[in-house]
Design a protein around this ligand. Sequence first.
Ligand code: HEM
Length: 183
Amino acid sequence: MANEWGPLWALVGEWEGEGGLDTSYSHAKGEVVGTPYLEKVTFKPFGPVDNGSQHLYGLDYKTAMWRNDEENPFHTEVGYWLWDSATGEVLRGFVVPRGITVLAGGHADADATTFTLTASVGDAQYPIGEGKYLTANASSVGYEATITLGDGTWSYAETTMLRMKEFPDLLPHTDHNTMHKVG
Ligand code: HEM
């Protein structure tokens, strides 16, 4: 059964990582800052989902990140990761509750230990959608995430390129963490 999820099977379960680091522009501080974070992620397998002759197997996921001893997470995502064994296409569709949706895509072999997913604003295949405020003030023009799978561990490094009204050039908003299995 596990092979039907291809490279995604390694992600099934509950994970924690306390070595996260976010780099973004802080409106409170008026500068770009690095913020360490604790993250908790859950992936649950499902499938198949049949689109005609296409058979997808996926994970539903939710993740949340906390700074220091804050009670409420400062960043969350919910969504689905999907694998199409016929083509090797990997999809990650998720919502960031700032008014952003992302459908990132890429390709990976079934036994891949690393793969990269990308999305960009206006892209017909793998788009980023956002609300009007963000388009005017802090638009997510590109997204790239590289996932590396290990034994009882996995990690990600991702960059969201932001067009922000505070800066003449695009600002890389980066996040990375290494997750350890807890369930
Ligand atoms: C681990 C993942 C992420 C974390 C921890 C994170 C965290 C943050 C933080 C701390 C800020 C600064 C808010 C402020 O102080 O004003 C921020 C801003 C922002 N993030 Fe993220 N982020 C993550 C992923 C993403 C992704 C995947 C996207 C979009 C695809 C995104 C889009 C944005 C945007 C548009 C802003 C600017 C909001 C504004 O300037 O008003 N972030 N993020």
